[in-house]
Structure formats: structure tokens, C-alpha cells
Write a protein that binds this ligand. Structure first.
Ligand code: G
Ligand code: G
Ligand code: NA
Ligand code: MN
Length: 255
């Protein structure tokens, strides 16, 4: 509970920031998508990744505050990227169930599009399978349909690690599957993991969806994924998530 209060104070003190990790189009160089990843520059503990303050995403009040922070900041940052003329495709943000509990989050999203002139087509939202099992799963479904109809792409994150994934593919407006990095990690040595990845890519393409491989760290993984016709690649092989100020430089050195 003390930690949750600290999140509120950290937000007030401006200790939270968004870092951006490039997502590379496998078949075409020079244009990038990004995933926004939250970081907490904690005064005592240093730079924290979401896994280190995950309880904040579970708690309703903390999540509402973190979600709104993320939303406002992502529009500011994307406005900066556009002004810099960065060669950007979509910018992805991670959502939770809480973001669909009321209309506040989605209303503000569309309001920000109108205020800034940044079109919904600039964005992707990442959701996890677990979000379709929560209390407000109906609201999650209708919220995603609204976003999708407006031009926002929907990505299913950590694909293959949750439950009943294939059902969701049938009922929800999902444009992209993100293969969890646990499958990518061992693909060079594990025929089983390679078979799973090949199968996911096959299903996705048959359904007209695009596939992103996460956690790509080695050139061997890049080559294998390329051969398997994986569409998008993301991972430390290309770049870690980096602060806004470093992004132009990082992108200029990407393959
Ligand atoms: O940056 P890191 O690798 O620690 O991210 C861990 C996980 O935290 C990611 O898988 C991502 O889905 C989640 N995450 C990162 N930023 C946010 C955020 O702003 N909101 C939510 N809900 N999840 C996030
Ligand atoms: O929850 P989500 O799957 O969106 O998580 C993204 C997380 O994965 C971030 O915390 C990020 O720091 C981490 N990550 C991104 N690329 C790599 C990578 O190539 N290897 C590893 N081990 N972690 C990565
Ligand atoms: Na994600
Ligand atoms: Mn993921």
C-alpha cells in the first residue's frame, strides 16, 4: 500500500516517463513502429521497469492515474516525433482492463486526437488475453471495436502464454499477434519452439493478421524469423527501449 501511495507521489513529482522501443518491418528497411514502455525514475531505487511496479497496474486508482499519464505523454511524444519528421509507422501503447472500466480513458483518447490533429491511424493498442477474462470483458470488447473502427490497430500481446487465444481471434478485432519472447528465446536450439512460431505465423496469415516477434536478440533469430515470413521484429538485437531524446539518433543507426 505504501508503494501504491508512492506511485501517486511519483506521478506528481514527474518521476514517470515513457521509453520507446523500435519495431522493425522485416521486409522493408527505413520505417519503424514503436512500443511505448513505462519507466519510473525512482529517487532511491533508480530506473524501474513495469515489472518492478506491476502492482500499480493492478490497483484501480493507481492504474487510472498511470493510464492517463501514459495517454497524455504519448500524444506529447508523438507530436514531437512528427515535428522531427521521424519515419514512423504506428506507436503502440499497452492497455489494461482498468482503462475500459469507464469511458474516461477512451473519451480522452479521441479528444486528444481532435486537439492535436494526430489521427487514430497513428496508434496501436496492445492488449493481453487475460483482459478478455476479467470482470468488464464486455466493455473491453466494445472499447476495442470502437478503437478499431476508428483506425487504431489492435495487437494481442504475449500471444501463446494465456488461455483460449484462438477463441479471441475469432471474436475480437485483432490485427496483430505478438509472439511472446519466451518462444523466441530458444528458437535457434528448440525444434518445438520453432514449430510453435511457424504455426502461429501460419494461423495469423491465414486470418489476414500480421505477426510481430518479441525479444529478438540474435542474428540467427532474425534469419530464422525472416525465413518463416514473420512480418515485424522487436528486440535488443535492434534496440532497447530508449528515452525520447535519444530516439532520432537510435533510429538513424537502425538497419
Ligand atoms: O518495459 P518492460 O519490459 O519491463 O515491460 C514489461 C511489461 O510491462 C510489458 O510487457 C508491457 O506489456 C507492460 N507495460 C509497459 N508499459 C506499460 C504501460 O504503460 N501500461 C501497461 N499497462 N503495461 C505496460
Ligand atoms: O510485456 P511486454 O511483452 O510488452 O514486454 C516488453 C518487455 O520486454 C519490456 O520490459 C522490454 O524491456 C523487454 N524486452 C524487449 N526486448 C527484449 C529483448 O530482446 N530481450 C529481452 N530479454 N527482453 C526484451
Ligand atoms: Na506490450
Ligand atoms: Mn509482450
Amino acid at each position: 500500500a505504501a508503494f501504491l501511495e508512492e506511485i501517486g507521489n511519483g506521478l506528481k513529482r514527474g518521476e514517470f516517463e515513457l521509453h520507446y522501443q523500435p519495431i522493425v518491418l522485416a521486409r522493408e528497411a527505413g520505417k519503424f513502429s514503436l512500443e511505448a514502455l513505462m519507466r519510473w525514475r525512482h529517487p532511491r531505487l533508480g530506473l524501474l521497469a513495469p515489472g518492478q511496479f506491476a502492482e500499480g497496474f493492478e490497483d484501480q486508482a493507481a492504474r487510472a492515474a498511470l493510464g492517463m499519464f501514459m495517454l497524455e505523454r504519448i500524444f506529447q511524444d508523438v507530436a514531437t516525433f512528427r515535428a522531427q519528421g521521424l519515419p514512423l509507422r504506428r506507436v503502440a501503447m499497452n492497455l489494461t482492463n482498468s482503462d475500459f472500466r469507464s469511458d474516461v480513458f477512451l473519451d480522452r483518447f479521441f479528444e486528444l486526437c481532435a486537439e492535436t490533429g494526430i489521427p487514430p491511424e497513428q496508434f496501436c493498442v496492445e492488449v493481453t488475453e487475460g483482459m478478455f477474462l476479467g470482470l468488464n470483458q464486455k466493455r473491453v470488447g466494445s472499447g476495442l471495436r470502437h478503437l478499431h473502427q476508428s483506425g487504431v490497430e489492435i495487437a494481442l500481446d504475449d500471444f501463446g502464454t494465456g488461455y483460449a487465444s484462438l477463441t479471441h481471434l475469432r471474436h475480437l478485432p485483432i490485427d496483430r499477434l505478438k509472439i511472446d519472447r519466451s518462444f523466441v528465446a530458444n528458437m535457434a536450439t528448440s525444434p518445438e519452439d520453432r514449430a510453435i512460431i511457424r504455426g502461429v505465423i501460419d494461423i495469423a496469415h491465414s486470418l489476414g493478421k500480421v505477426v510481430t516477434a518479441e525479444g529478438v536478440e540474435t542474428v540467427d533469430q532474425v534469419k530464422l524469423l525472416h525465413r518463416m515470413k514473420c512480418d515485424l521484429l522487436q528486440g535488443w538485437y535492434f534496440s532497447k527501449a530508449c528515452p525520447v531524446a535519444d530516439l532520432a539518433h537510435v533510429l538513424s543507426k537502425m538497419p
